[in-house]
Design a protein around this ligand. Structure first.
Ligand code: ME8
Length: 652
C-alpha cells in the first residue's frame, strides 16, 4: 500500500452492547490504534473511529432479560467500552453510537438514496433468522434444517413484509472490484473465500423488520412506520455517518477508509454487503478491509458459560498495557487464530522485551555511566560502525509496507533485527576491552551506535508501545514525532549528544503467572483423578524429591557468549572465562572444564549459565556464575542452545 494519500481513516467494528469487552475486542481496537498512531506519526491527517452497535433484537432481548429499559441498558454497556478504551489510551477521534441522532439521520438518508436509485423494493420475507448473528439464512444453509450455520443456535422462522436490497444486481460489480484490487481484502486468502462465495450467487437482502422496534425507523417519506432497519444496514452505515454523511458531511473528505479492521466472523458483511451499499450510494469503496483471526483461551472458544473469558483490563493491569499490546500483535500472524496463555505472554515480556530491548537500554546506561560520565555522543559512529548502520537502515526501510499489508507480526520481527545488530556489536567490539586498550573514541562511538539504534527502534515501535517508547525517548533526549520519524527512522540521522540518566528497568523480569484467577479450571475429569494421584505415589516411592515450578524459577538460567577464555595458571582443571550474559559487563566465570575443553574451544561459543549463584572464589579468582554441563563415563560436554541466541536470553 502506498503512502500517497494525505488523509487516513481507520475504523474498528462497532461492538454489540450485549456483553462487555474481552480480549478479542481489545485485539481489534489495539491493531486499529497502532495503525492510527503510525499514520499520524508519518504525517497523515488521521481520523480513527470506534464505537458501539446498539440496535436489534439481540440487544432488546439482553435488556429485557436484565429487566432494564433498552436505552438505559445500551447506555450502560456502551459506557463500559468507552471507559475501557479511555483507560487503554486508545487514540480514537470519535466514538460513535448507533443510537446517536446524527447517525440515525444518516442511515435514513442512505435508505432514501438507495430507494431513489432503484435498489430497494418491498416484498414478503419468508425464511430463517438467527437472532444471535442477526442474520437471515436460506433453508439450504441451515444445519439439520433448523440450526444457524455460523453459531449453531436455533433459528426462528420469520414470515413478514420486508424491504429488500437488490444485492443480486451487484454480483458482477463486486467481482470486478475484488479482481481489480487484489489487496482490497486482507489477508489475500480471505479475499479468495469471498470471491468463491459471491461466485456461488447472491440473493437479495431483507433490510427491514416489523416484528420488533428497537431500531432506526424508515425515513418519513417512505410512510411505513411499522418497519425498522435491519441492524447490519444500520451498523455498517456508521463508517460514513461518523464523518457526517446525511447530516453536515463535515469529515467526508476522510472517506474512503484507508483500513477497516474487522474480525473474520464479520467478513461477509464487510466484503459483500458494505461495498454493495456504497456502490448503490455512489460512494467510493474502502482501500482495505482487513480481517484478523480469532482468539481462543487455552484452545477453546471464550464464553461466559465456560468461565474462560479473558478480561483485557485485568491482563493489562497485571502485566502492563504496552506489554499486552506487544504480545497480542507479535504473537499471532494477522489473519491467523491465536491462543491466549499467560505463559506465552510472560515469555514475550521476559525475552523479546526484557532481554532484547530493555537490557540494551541498561547497557547504554551502564556504559555511559561507567566510562563517560553519562555522556552519549554519536558523532563518530559512522567512522567505526558504518556496516552496522547500513544493516539497521536496511531493516527499518522494510517496515512500513509490512504494517499496511497487515503483516504486523513481521513488522515487529523485522524491527527486532536492529536490536540484534546492537547486541552483537557489543559482544563483538567489547566496550570494556576498547576502554582497556585506550580506544576511548571507538568505545564512545559504540555507545553512540547503541543509543541511536535504540532511538530508531523506539520511533517505529511507538505505535505499538507508546508509553514505553516515550520513556525511552525521554531517556535518550529526543521526541517521537513526525520530524524524528523522518530523520531517525526513515532517514539516517543519529542522535545529538546528550547526558543519559539512569531510569528504572522497563521490563522487570516476571517469574510466575500474575493472574491466578484467570488460570483455567482444573480440567481433569473426576474419572482421571485417581490415576493421576497413583502416578504421583509411584514417583514418590522411586525417591524423586519434587520441587514446585516456583522453586525451579528461583534459579536464573541464561544464555551466555564466551567473549574471553584463558587458562588459570597452575591449575589442571580450571579455565577463566568472561561470559556476556546481556549485562553492562561480562561475568567472570571460573569453570572446571579444562580436561575436556581448551580456552580456544570455548572462545566465542555459547553456554548456559546459572546467573544467580552467590559469587565464589576458586584459586583466588571470583567466579560469578556456573556453566551447565553433562558428565558421564565418556567425559563432559557443555549444554548449549541449539541455535545462536542473544546473550542474556533467559532459559526456562
Ligand atoms: O459483530 N477473537 O459486534 P461484536 C478475536 N456489532 N476478535 C474478536 C473475538 C475473538 N474471540 N470476539 C470478538 C459485531 N472479536 C457487530 C459489528 S460493524 C459494522 C458491526 C472482535 O461485539 C472481532 O473484531 O460481536 C469481531 O469482528 C468484533 O469483535 C465483533 O464484535
Amino acid at each position: 500500500m502506498s503512502n500517497s494519500c494525505e488523509k487516513a481513516y481507520i475504523t474498528t467494528p462497532i461492538y454489540y452492547v450485549n456483553d462487555i469487552a474481552h480480549i478479542g475486542h481489545a485485539y481489534t481496537t489495539i491493531i486499529a490504534d497502532t495503525l492510527a498512531r503510525y499514520s499520524r506519526l508519518s504525517g497523515l491527517e488521521t481520523f480513527f473511529l470506534t464505537g458501539t452497535d446498539e440496535h436489534g433484537q439481540k440487544i432488546e432481548e439482553a435488556a429485557k432479560k436484565r429487566g432494564e429499559s433498552t436505552q438505559a441498558y445500551a447506555d450502560k454497556i456502551s459506557a463500559t467500552f468507552k471507559d475501557l478504551w479511555d483507560d487503554f489510551d486508545i487514540s480514537y477521534d470519535k466514538f460513535i453510537r448507533t443510537t446517536d441522532e446524527d447517525h440515525m439521520k444518516g442511515v435514513q438518508k442512505a435508505f432514501s438514496t438507495m430507494h431513489k436509485n432503484g435498489d430497494i423494493y418491498k416484498d414478503t420475507y419468508k425464511g430463517h433468522y438467527c437472532i444471535s448473528c442477526e442474520t437471515f439464512f436460506p433453508s439450504i444453509q441451515l444445519v439439520d434444517d433448523e440450526f444457524c450455520p455460523e453459531c449453531g443456535k436455533s433459528t426462528t422462522i420469520v414470515e413478514e413484509e420486508s424491504y429488500f436490497f437488490k444485492l443480486s444486481a451487484y454480483e458482477d460489480k463486486l467481482l470486478k472490484w475484488y479482481d481489480e484490487n487484489p489487496d482490497c481484502i486482507l489477508p489475500r486468502s480471505k479475499r479468495n473465500e469471498v470471491i468463491r462465495f459471491v461466485e456461488g450467487g447472491l440473493q437479495d437482502l431483507s433490510i427491514t423488520r416489523t416484528s420488533f422496534d428497537w431500531g432506526v425507523k424508515l425515513p418519513a417519506d417512505m410512510n411505513d412506520p411499522k418497519h425498522v432497519m435491519y441492524v447490519w444496514l444500520d451498523a455498517l452505515m456508521n463508517y460514513v455517518t461518523a464523518l457526517g454523511y446525511g447530516t453536515d458531511d463535515a469529515n467526508m473528505d476522510f472517506w474512503p477508509a484507508r483500513v477497516q479492521l474487522i474480525g473474520k466472523d464479520i467478513l461477509r458483511f464487510h466484503a459483500i454487503y458494505w461495498p454493495a451499499f456504497l456502490m448503490s450510494l455512489g460512494l467510493p469503496l474502502p482501500k482495505h478491509i482487513a480481517a484478523h483471526g480469532w482468539w481462543t483461551r487455552d484452545g477453546e472458544k471464550m464464553s461466559k458459560s465456560k468461565g474462560n473469558v479473558v478480561n483485557p483490563k485485568e491482563v493489562a493491569d497485571a502485566y502492563g498495557l504496552d506489554n499486552f499490546r506487544y504480545f497480542m500483535l507479535r504473537e499471532v500472524p494477522f489473519g491467523g487464530d491465536g491462543d491466549f496463555s499467560q505463559k506465552a505472554l510472560i515469555d514475550r515480556i521476559n525475552s523479546d522485551l526484557g532481554n532484547d530491548l530493555g537490557n540494551l537500554l541498561n547497557r547504554v546506561i551502564g556504559m555511559s555511566g561507567k566510562y563517560f560520565d553519562g555522556k552519549v555522543d554519536s558523532s563518530q559512529v559512522a567512522k567505526y560502525y558504518q556496516a552496522e548502520l547500513d544493516e539497521v537502515h536496511a531493516s527499518l526501510n522494510k517496515l512500513e509496507p509490512l504494517l499496511f499489508e497487515m503483516q504486523i507480526h513481521r513488522y515487529l520481527e523485522e524491527l527486532w533485527r536492529p536490536l540484534t545488530v546492537a547486541n552483537k556489536a557489543i559482544d563483538m567490539y567489547q566496550p570494556w576491552t576498547l576502554m582497556k586498550e585506550g580506544k576511548e573514541e571507538e568505545a564512545m562511538a559504540l555507545n553512540g551506535l547503541i543509543a541511536a539504534i535504540l532511538a530508531k527502534v523506539s520511533v517505529m515501535l511507538y505505535p505499538v508501545m507508546p508509553e514505553v517508547c516515550t520513556k525511552i525517548s525521554n531517556a535518550l533526549h529526543f521526541s517521537i514525532d513526525n520530524e524524528n520519524w523522518t530523520k531517525l527512522a526513515k532517514g539516517t540521522e543519529l542522535l545529538a549528544p546528550f547526558t543519559l540518566e539512569k531510569i528504572d528497568p522497563l521490563f522487570p523480569r516476571i517469574e510466575e503467572p500474575l493472574l491466578t484467577q484467570i488460570e483455567p479450571e482444573d480440567k481433569v475429569s473426576k474419572e482421571d483423578e485417581p490415576k493421576i494421584e497413583k502416578k504421583k505415589d509411584l514417583k514418590e516411592i522411586e525417591g524423586i524429591a519434587y520441587i514446585g515450578i516456583d522453586q525451579f524459577f528461583q534459579t536464573s538460567l541464561k544464555v551466555g557468549t564466551v567473549v574471553q577464555a584463558e587458562e588459570v595458571p597452575k591449575s589442571k582443571k580450571l579455565l577463566l572465562l568472561q561470559v556476556d550474559v546481556g549485562e553492562d559487563e561480562p561475568r567472570q566465570v571460573v569453570a572446571g572444564i579444562k580436561e575436556w575443553y581448551s580456552a580456544d574451544d570455548m572462545l566465542n561459543t555459547q553456554v548456559c549459565v546459572v546467573a544467580n549463584l552467590k559469587p565464589a572464589k576458586l584459586m583466588g579468582l571470583v567466579s560469578q556464575g556456573m556453566l551447565l554441563a553433562a558428565k558421564d563415563e565418556n567425559g563432559l560436554c557443555m549444554i548449549r542452545p541449539e541455535k545462536p541466541k542473544t546473550a542474556g536470553t533467559p532459559i526456562g
